[in-house]
Design a protein around this ligand. Structure first.
Ligand code: SAM
Length: 423
């Protein structure tokens, strides 16, 4: 995949267009209210620079920051409690949207930030917000603190004295919607119809959930999974296979999917060089520590077997142990392994895969879609021998069979151990 393929360029263009319209919308509101005489020059690089850190006091008198609202999408509305029309209307409408969102409303914060902190004390905000959805949070602070927050959210506000005493505050009327990570999503315009604003809020809620799911998945893949794999692959039952496969390797060896380096202790004196390929940085880190502990010099390549960054015919042996199940395109990977092997070089492998018994295959096919995301992309049902010969390898040895153990584990334990040469 190229970084600047045509899809990426269209994506960047769309983001830029969206950014320009969103920022412009906000400032149009300022102009409508008589602000913005010095028309701001808005320079955008595609993502609107709206929102930022703040520290304020809520209507219960507690100090909160922008971080308090992370983890859920948040709609910020800046106004003041003496506002005759725009603020009560907006808060009434936001209360309605909360009702219409039903249970999804619990995945959204609505925050009302005052631009009139002198009059809007926490107590005053509390009394005022009693008329709206009880989940709406009011925020106030010192003049400096509320001004800083308003500036971060691109909210214009301006005090004007009234004849006969008192004052009003003109302010931007848009609601600023941020995602669960505190990034700008969209604006709700004051005159927008209910269906549009509801759809925008739903989009922010869903986007937030997606971002949280992606974060959780990244944490699982980068932190949890490497440790789980290392632990699972240290299983004593696998040592015999490792000893035979790594022990048979000769010359310049490429180990595809080296993982945490558990084969390293078993390479013999006939091995002159070891190159370890793996797409996972945390696993490469573990393998590199294991190489040092075993006094092994290993060159590590971070990458995928589908595009091996080595010259054609440049290695004597390719080793792969319980890796072909996880490579997204196993056929492409095997073609690459054949390419980098010198003529007459060996492919040595042990893999788990498709079993011969129909009830086991049934389970393997049924379980694979659930198992795959939890186990680093592992397919339980790949026909390993067919894949190897299908990639124009000549099979010299092949041993298959279940690991000893309980029958219900059979979908995971049918092994293919073999040696093949480029045909
Ligand atoms: C179950 S682990 C086995 C690790 C190691 N071979 C062992 O025997 O302990 C599967 C390995 O395949 C690697 N892998 C996944 N996708 C890959 C790809 N596209 N190319 C190369 N290796 C890959 C994973 O990062 C992981 O190290």
């Amino acid at each position: 995949m190229t970084l600047f393929g045509s899809g990426t360029l269209w994506g960047l263009a769309a983001v830029a267009l969206f950014g320009v319209s969103a920022v412009t919308l906000g400032w149009l509101q300022v102009e409508k209210l008589g602000l913005g005489q010095d028309r701001p020059v808005v320079v955008t690089t595609g993502v609107p620079d709206v929102g930022g850190s703040f520290s304020l006091v809520n209507h219960r008198g507690e100090r909160v920051t922008d971080q308090t609202f992370r983890g859920k999408a948040t709609a910020y509305f800046f106004g003041f409690t003496h506002c005759p029309e725009v603020c009560p209307t907006t808060l009434f409408e936001m209360s309605e949207r909360m009702r219409e969102l039903g249970p999804d409303a619990d995945r959204l914060n609505i925050v009302f930030v005052t631009v009139d902190p002198e009059r809007d004390t926490p107590e005053h905000l509390k009394l005022y917000l009693d008329s709206f959805d009880p989940r709406i949070v009011g925020l106030t602070g010192t003049r400096e603190e509320t001004d800083r927050a308003a500036k971060a959210f691109r909210i214009g506000h301006d005090r004007s004295d009234m004849d006969g005493g008192g004052y009003m505050v003109n302010h931007t009327a848009s609601v600023v919607v941020m995602d669960a990570k505190g990034a700008f999503v969209t604006l709700l315009d004051y005159h927008e119809d209910k269906a549009t604003s509801l759809a925008k809020l739903r989009r922010a809620i869903e986007g937030g959930s997606r971002a949280c799911r992606e974060d959780a998945m990244a944490l699982y893949n980068d932190v949890v999974l490497p440790r789980l794999l290392d632990h699972a692959m240290r299983n004593e039952e696998l040592v015999g296979y490792r000893r035979r496969i790594a022990g048979a390797a000769r010359g310049r060896v490429l180990e595809v999917g080296i993982g945490s380096g558990l084969n390293l202790p078993f390479y013999g004196s006939g091995v002159t060089e070891i190159i370890g390929l793996d797409p996972s940085d945390p696993l490469i880190g573990m393998a590199s520590r294991r190489a040092k502990a075993n006094d092994r010099v290993v060159s590590f390549l971070a990458g995928s077997a589908e595009a091996i960054p080595l010259d054609t015919g440049s290695v004597d042996t390719v080793v792969t142990t319980w890796t072909m199940c996880s490579i997204p395109d196993a056929r492409a990977a095997l073609a690459e392994m054949r390419r980098v092997l010198r003529p007459g070089g060996d492919l040595l492998f042990v893999e788990h895969g498709r079993a011969p018994d129909s009830w086991v295959v049934c389970f393997q096919d049924w379980l694979t879609p659930v198992w795959k995301p939890l186990a680093g992309g592992c397919h339980l049902n790949r026909p390993i021998a067919d894949l190897v010969t299908g990639a124009r390898f000549r099979m010299l040895d092949l041993r298959t069979g279940y690991l000893p153990g309980a029958k219900p584990l059979r979908p995971f334990t049918f092994m293919y151990e073999g040696r093949a040469k480029g045909a």
